[in-house]
Each structure stands twice: as C-alpha cells, then as structure tokens.
Design a protein around this ligand. Structure first.
Ligand SMILES: Nc1nc2c(ncn2[C@@H]2O[C@H](COP(=O)(O)OP(=O)(O)OP(=O)(O)O)[C@@H](O)[C@H]2O)c(=O)[nH]1
Ligand SMILES: [Mg+2]
Length: 363
C-alpha cells in the first residue's frame, strides 16, 4: 500500500446508510490520488462503526475511530485530523451534502501554496440553496454566515462550511487552541488564525442530505451563538459562560412565575414564596445547564441527583457572596444599581466557575 497523499475525515453520527455510497464516490473522484478515509463515529446506535469496518476488504485505506461516551462535531473532526497519516487533510460531511469531485481541485490549491482551502457555497459557481429542504433553513444559514463573516473578518465567503482541506501543519497548530465543543470548527480556525493563513476557496454546490436525519438542532444553534459571542470578545468570554448566563436569565422567569403563583395564587407568605421561587429557579437552571451548557458531560441517574445537590450548595454560597459584595459596595456609597449588578455578576461568575469544576467536573 502506498503512503496516502490525502486523508479524508468523515465525521459521522448515525450515517450507516450513507457511508458506503459516499466512500464509493470518493474512490471514483480521487482517481490516482493516494488517500485514506477516516470515519469518526461517536458510538452511533445504527452501527456506523461496524458498517465502516466491513468496508475494509474493499477499501484497505479506510479506518474508523469509534469514540465512546462522547459527542460533538468539532471534537470528532479534530480527532480525525489528528489521526491522519497524510500531509494534507480534508474534512467533509458523511451525508453526501458535499461534493467529493471538488477534492482534487482543492488538493491542487494546497499544492500551489494554500494552507487552507474552503469548499464554498457562496462564491461564483457555488450554491447553498439546494442543500436545504426548507427555505427558512437556507435563510438561517445566510444570516449565520454573515454574522460569522462580520466576526471572522471576511477571510472567506463561507466560514460556516463543513467542507475544507488543510495542511497537516495547519491542523496541528489549530488543534492546540481550537475549541473541541460546537459544530463549526472551520469558523473557529478561521477566526483564530485567518490572518496568518493563505486561504483559497473552491466553489461547490451544496446538495441535500442523502439518507438519515440532521443533527443540527436547537442546542447546536444555541452553542453556535455562544461561540460567536465568545469569538467576538476575542475568546475573553467562554462559549459555555454565555450559555450558562443565558440559562441563568431564563431562571429569572421561573423564579418570578413561582413567586407570583404562590404569593397571589396560593396566598403563601411572601418570604416562603420567594424562597420557593429561588429553589425552582435553581432546579430549572441545573436541568437546563445539564442538557444544554454541559450536554457533553450530561449527568444521569444517581449522578444527576448528586450534581443537583452540589449545584444547590454552590449557588447558595454564590448568593451569600453576592449579597456581601453588593452590601459592601452600597456602604461605599456606590449607586444601588451598580452595587446590585456587581453582586449579581460576581454571583454568576462564581457559580459558573465553581459548578463547572464541582458539579460537571469539566476541566
Ligand atoms: N462523530 C460525530 N459526527 C457528527 C456529530 N454531529 C454531527 N455529525 C456529523 O457531521 C456531519 C454534519 O452533520 P449534519 O447533521 O449533516 O449537519 P448539517 O449538514 O448542518 O445539517 P443538514 O443540512 O440537515 O444535513 C454529518 O456527517 C454528521 O453525521 C457528532 O456529534 N459526532
Ligand atoms: Mg448535513
């Protein structure tokens, strides 16, 4: 077997029906270019891993990385890129939305000196609309792309693409800092390193997913907006903190709804109703953070209850710190607004930092 010139990484979750047809098409498109294919599967229930391994008799250059207990597209892409043997690595979706016939053209761009080549739906000759069944999703993609462009600084017309190729050297460098969380690793790479990379674009026509279901849901969209804000602040505010703060904001509504329902609806004493409101908010905050902010470390079974208990404990300490800071600022004759907000902000930062470590053990 010859050493591969190109590694093609296919992140795949429940893509068992797409793998074989896609690998066939890739083999056809590659012609004489020596290549290997790495499928990165997150232990898909549909046996994507088994199906991939069965292909080895036909395609000895195929390999599957099966990750247990982990989920996430960016992390999957990264792991595939790090396992590559070739000096050039391509990443493409496993659902046939990307055009494998563009791979040789992209490889030529790398040979001509590019560090990163992006399969773009937004340059002349490219198209994104055909890939989305609903018009609203095409529109959503356009809006997200222009927001991402605003933040990344126009290094590419399609920072949201999941189809790209880069040198091993670039991949190795990116891997050290790029976020393993989230769905859009290219956006992260371009926003961090765009300035120092020679970037080329190759147009392609985005196709409809062949089989199976989309994994882009509400959670992924929320995470993406968290990532946008995080990159907007130059990484100062972590993506997870954004999600945590958003969940905290939703807790305000839970708190007020409980307070009003108990105080006005059930005639409960104000202090008791307020206490119940705080408890309800903490509980819903914990449940939401567990499913959204820490989806990658979701606590289940007994761990869920232990997590809830530590969350209550940390939040209670946070509340005490909040009140004492606000009180000190107030005594220093700061405005009530400033004192109150400073206490609340400090409370959020404290709760975030400590529950991250203690409750979700996310280091
Ligand atoms: N290993 C791994 N792969 C994933 C994960 N989430 C998505 N993928 C794969 O990443 C690729 C892109 O995901 P899609 O669900 O197609 O997302 P999309 O293309 O934005 O959405 P559609 O247009 O609806 O297809 C697909 O090959 C997925 O199987 C994940 O958590 N782990
Ligand atoms: Mg897709």
């Amino acid at each position: 077997m010859q050493a591969p010139e190109l590694t093609i990484v296919l992140p795949a979750y429940n893509e068992s029906k797409n793998i074989k047809p896609l690998v066939d098409k890739i083999a056809q498109a590659m012609g004489s270019i020596t290549h290997e294919v790495i499928v990165v599967d997150d232990n898909s229930p549909d046996d994507t891993a088994g199906i991939t391994r069965n292909l080895v008799s036909e395609y000895p250059h195929i390999r599957c990385i099966r990750r247990i207990g982990r989920r996430g597209l960016s992390g999957a892409c990264l792991e595939g890129m790090m396992a590559a043997n070739a000096p050039v690595v391509a990443v493409m979706d496993a659902d046939m939305q990307h055009d494998e016939t563009r791979l040789p053209v992209m490889l030529d761009e790398i040979k001509n000196g590019a560090d990163l080549v992006i399969g773009s739906r937004y340059v002349d000759g490219g198209d994104h609309k055909a890939g989305f069944q609903q018009k609203s999703r095409a529109k959503g993609s356009e809006i997200a792309t222009s927001m991402a462009n605003y933040i990344t600084g126009n290094y590419t017309s399609d920072p949201m693409s999941g189809f790209f190729m880069l040198t091993r050297q670039t991949a190795d460098k990116a891997a050290e800092t790029v976020s393993k969380d989230g769905f859009k690793i290219l956006f992260d790479i371009v926003s961090r390193f765009g300035e120092n990379l020679t970037i080329k674009e190759v147009p392609f026509q985005f196709r409809e997913r062949a089989e199976g279901e989309s994994k882009l849901g509400f959670l992924v969209t929320l995470q993406f907006f968290g990532l946008l804000v995080s990159r907007f602040t130059g990484g100062l505010i972590p993506m997870r903190f954004m999600l945590y703060a958003l969940v905290g904001f939703s807790g305000l509504f839970v708190h007020m709804a409980t307070l009003f329902a108990l105080f006005y609806g059930a005639g409960v004493d104000f202090a008791v109703a307020q206490f119940a409101g705080a408890f309800a908010a903490m509980t819903s905050n914990f449940a939401l953070n567990n499913s959204v902010t820490y989806a990658h470390r979701k606590l289940k079974g007994n761990q869920f209850w232990v997590g809830l208990f530590t969350f209550y404990a940390v939040c209670s300490i946070g509340a005490l710190a909040n009140v004492s800071i606000a009180q000190s600022l107030f005594e220093l004759r700061q405005s009530t607004w400033f004192a109150g907000l400073a206490g609340a902000l400090m409370n959020t930062v404290f709760n975030y930092a400590v529950t991250k470590l203690v409750t979700w053990r996310d280091t």
